[in-house]
Design a protein around this ligand. Structure first.
Ligand code: SF4
Length: 347
C-alpha cells in the first residue's frame, strides 16, 4: 500500500493589503502660510525651491504645466499643495486657488486634490471652505507629545491635534498625518505611542520623515552646541520597521518614509538618519519580520517559497540582505521562485 503524505502549504498575504498609488502632481509653496519657522524645517532645501513671493502667478504657471502634461499623456492626475501651511494663507487666496483647481477637476484633468497644513490651522472657517473641494488634508502632526511639540517650537499641544481631527471628521474631510520621529525630547517610547495614537485616530494616509539636522535651521545650532543628538540610522530603521507593520495592519496607507533625495537636500544634511532608500529599508524589515513571525510558528520547514513578483524586492531586502536567511531556513536549503502569485506561498 502506498503511503501518501499531503504536501503542506502556507499562504500569506502582504500585511499592507492591496494599495493603489495615485500619481500626484505636486505644487510646492515653501513656507507659504507659515507664521513661524519650526526648528527642524528647511523647506527651501527639502523641496528644492526658495520662498515664493507671488503665489497666484506660481499656481497659474503650475496648473498650466499640469494641463499640458495631462493632455500630452492622456492622463488624469491628482494634485497636491505641499511645503507650507496651505490653510495659513488668507482665506481669499485659498478660495482663489481652490476655485482654479475645481475648474480643472470639472475639465477631467485632475480627479483628486490634497494639501498639507498644520493642526492649529484647522478652523471651522477653513474646513467649511475645504469641504467638497479637497479630497485629503495632510496634517503635519509631527508628534502627539506636547513637550516634544514645545521643544520644536511647533506652537500647539496634543489637544489641538485632537480638535483638528474632530473638525475634519465633522465635515467628513479625509485626512492624513505626517510624523517626525527623533525631534528634541522625542524617544522611541514616545514614537511608539505616536503610532498607537495615529492608529486610533484612523487617518487615511501617513508620511514619516525621521528628523534630520539641516544646515541653516535652529536644530543645526542646537546640534553644534551639543544640546541635540539625532537618532542613529540603525535605531531609526528598527523603529520604523516596527511602526510600518502596525500601520499596515491598521490599513493606513503609507505615502512616504524619509525625505525625497533632492540634490539641494543631500548636500545640506549635517547629521541624522539619512538613507536614500529609508522607506524601502523599513518596509522590507517590516515584511520580513511579519513573514518570519508566522513561518517561525510552523512545526515544519518549507522547502520552497513562491514570492509575488510585486513584492520580490521588498522580500529580498536592500542588497538582498534577507535572501541568505530564507535560502537556508532552519539549516534546510530552500528553493525560492518569483512569479505572478497573489500571495506568498510556503510549501
Ligand atoms: S514645518 Fe511646516 S509649519 Fe513649520 S516652518 Fe516648515 S512648513 Fe512651516
Amino acid at each position: 500500500m502506498k503511503n501518501i503524505t499531503r504536501k503542506k502549504i502556507l499562504t500569506i498575504g502582504h500585511p499592507a493589503g492591496v494599495t493603489n498609488r495615485r500619481s500626484v502632481w505636486p505644487i510646492f509653496l515653501p513656507f507659504a502660510g507659515c507664521r513661524q519657522k519650526c526648528i527642524f524645517c528647511a523647506q527651501n532645501l527639502t523641496t528644492g525651491r526658495g520662498k515664493v513671493g507671488d503665489y497666484k502667478s506660481l499656481v497659474v504657471r503650475e496648473l498650466e504645466r499640469l494641463q499640458i502634461q495631462s493632455q500630452k499623456r492622456g492622463k488624469i492626475y491628482g494634485l497636491g499643495f505641499f511645503g507650507g501651511t496651505f490653510t495659513g494663507l488668507d482665506l481669499e487666496l485659498q478660495d482663489w486657488i481652490l476655485t482654479k483647481v475645481e475648474a480643472l477637476k470639472k475639465q477631467g484633468i485632475i480627479n483628486f486634490v490634497c494639501l498639507s497644513t498644520r493642526p492649529d490651522y484647522i478652523t471651522p472657517e477653513v474646513v467649511s471652505l475645504l469641504s467638497n473641494k479637497v479630497d485629503l488634508v495632510e496634517l503635519g502632526v509631527q508628534s502627539f507629545d506636547t513637550s516634544v511639540l514645545l521643544a520644536s517650537f511647533r506652537g500647539y499641544s496634543r489637544e489641538v491635534i485632537f480638535q483638528a481631527v474632530e473638525l475634519l471628521n465633522k465635515y467628513q474631510l479625509k485626512f492624513g498625518f505626517q510624523l517626525l520621529p527623533g525631534l528634541p525630547k522625542h524617544s522611541l517610547e514616545l514614537f511608539y505611542k505616536d503610532i498607537e495614537l495615529t492608529i486610533s485616530l484612523k487617518p487615511a494616509t501617513l508620511r514619516i520623515y525621521p528628523c534630520l539636522v539641516l544646515k541653516g535651521t535652529s536644530l543645526a545650532r542646537l546640534y553644534k552646541q551639543g544640546v541635540y543628538q539625532p537618532w542613529s540610522l540603525r535605531t531609526t530603521i528598527e523603529a520604523l520597521g516596527k511602526a510600518v507593520l502596525k500601520i499596515w495592519q491598521a490599513k493606513i496607507q503609507i505615502l512616504r518614509i524619509g525625505l525625497t533625495p533632492e540634490p539641494s537636500l543631500i548636500s545640506n544634511i549635517l547629521a541624522g538618519p539619512w538613507h536614500a532608500a529609508l522607506g524601502f529599508l523599513a518596509k522590507s524589515l517590516a515584511l520580513n519580520t511579519y513573514l518570519h513571525s508566522i513561518v517561525n510558528r510552523l512545526d515544519w520547514t518549507p522547502r520552497e517559497i513562491l514570492v509575488p513578483v510585486r513584492y520580490a524586492a521588498e522580500f529580498f531586502g536592500y542588497k538582498n540582505q534577507y535572501k541568505p536567511f530564507w535560502q537556508n531556513l532552519n539549516n534546510i536549503s530552500v528553493c525560492i521562485k518569483i512569479g505572478n502569485f497573489e500571495q506568498f506561498i510556503f510549501c
